[in-house]
Design a protein around this ligand. Structure first.
Ligand code: TXA
Ligand code: MG
Length: 331
């Protein structure tokens, strides 16, 4: 299958919107990562998304809409959803709410809830407006692999299974959206860390937040704290979590770093090259760099990746979550 990469000119946008509204799939940029989009109300399109990604049907999809009015057609809305949407939509926040019957079971893995997000990326929004359908869009990577933060990543890992990719340049955040479940209005739960930190969610809601203990989620159940398999976003090569060191051969250590070495040994200086996620310790920059760098290093001549954690504040929660998952298969 030949894969075409489109520049975002008006003719391409309206063509791609028509592909989507007639049941086809298109990889689209969002402000978090690239998504593999299809009509969320079309069962055949949903089936194709799972097939192209090699994704198990128990892992439900995020449905993208323009805003609150469109979200209310798909889910039972409430005051908590209103507060969060006011504060963070359009943007990198996904809300899990009780679904309405029009949402196909395939999109939700048979659960009575649906995950909804109004993305901020102008190209995604333009496509939503033109296609006039809600768009289911998981990250546009093979299941379990590192999410794509630029069009080239999509083409490299899915180009032989996908016909259309819209190139909107690199993603602003580079990590997937924060997911909050509002299924129990008394007890909002963060299901996945993302660019909107827990502090900001708690402040907007004016109440205490709960965190899903992802360590207990079984990889076989429908993913209600979902998609949260302990190993995810993972490079193919051995990836280890190592203790942060104060100093390196290249000087004092910035906030987060990735380093490399020979396989199955803790690095000694001769075999190691250090890569900073952010030289200045800017966590947002570190988050944006993480997937770019993991993909770059997940190929020869590099044999293993050693990762350090970042300070657990702001987007550091999400950054560390992805670092731990990338490294959780270490022998
Ligand atoms: O930033 C993002 O969220 C990106 C862009 C493309 O929007 N999308 C993304 O989708 O990360 P995906 O499929 O890679 O992750 C979706 C997560 C999954 O882990 C899934 O289990 C969870 O959302 N999810 C979907 N529906 C759910 C539901 N009804 N209840 C709980 N979790 C749900
Ligand atoms: Mg994903």
């Amino acid at each position: 299958m030949a894969c075409t990469i489109y520049k975002p000119d008006p003719a391409s946008l309206s063509y791609l919107a028509s592909v989507l509204s007639t049941g086809g799939l298109v990889a689209l940029p969002t402000e978090t990562v690239y998504g593999l989009a299809g009509n969320a109300l079309d069962k055949q399109a949903l089936r194709s998304i799972f097939e192209v990604k090699g994704r198990p049907l128990i892992d439900p999809l995020i449905v993208h809409v323009l805003g609150v009015v469109e979200a209310q057609q798909l889910a039972h809305w409430g005051p908590m959803a209103d507060r969060l949407a006011q504060a963070f939509w359009p943007g990198p926040l996904t809300l899990v709410l009780p679904k309405k019957p029009c949402v196909p079971d395939l999109a939700t893995a048979g659960q009575p809830s649906v995950a909804l997000r109004a993305p901020a990326h102008p190209l995604f929004r333009e496509i939503l407006a033109l296609a006039q359908v809600p768009l289911a869009a998981p990250s546009a990577n093979p299941f379990g692999y590192i999410s794509p933060s630029c069009a080239e990543h999509v083409v490299t890992s899915l180009g032989n299974r996908l016909e259309h990719v819209l190139d909107g340049g690199p993603c602003d955040w580079g990590l997937e959206s924060t997911i909050v479940s509002l299924l129990d209005p008394e007890k909002p739960v963060i299901l996945r860390h993302g660019p909107i930190p827990p502090e900001a969610i708690a402040e907007a809601l004016g109440c205490e937040l709960h965190l899903k203990d992802t360590a207990t989620a079984s990889d076989k159940e429908a993913q209600i704290a979902p998609g949260m398999l302990s190993r995810h976003y993972s490079p193919h090569c051995h990836t280890y979590l190592v203790k942060n060191q104060e100093n390196t051969p290249q000087g004092a250590r910035p906030a987060a770093r990735v380093c490399l070495a020979r396989p199955l040994e803790i690095p000694d200086e001769a075999g190691v090259q250090y890569f900073w996620l952010s030289e200045s310790g800017d966590l947002q920059e570190a988050a944006r760099e993480l997937y770019q760098l993991l993909r770059k290093l997940d190929q020869p001549p590099w044999k293993a990746i050693y990762l350090e954690l970042a300070p657990e504040t702001g987007i550091g929660h999400a950054l560390n979550d992805r670092i731990r998952r990338a490294a959780s298969c270490s022998p």
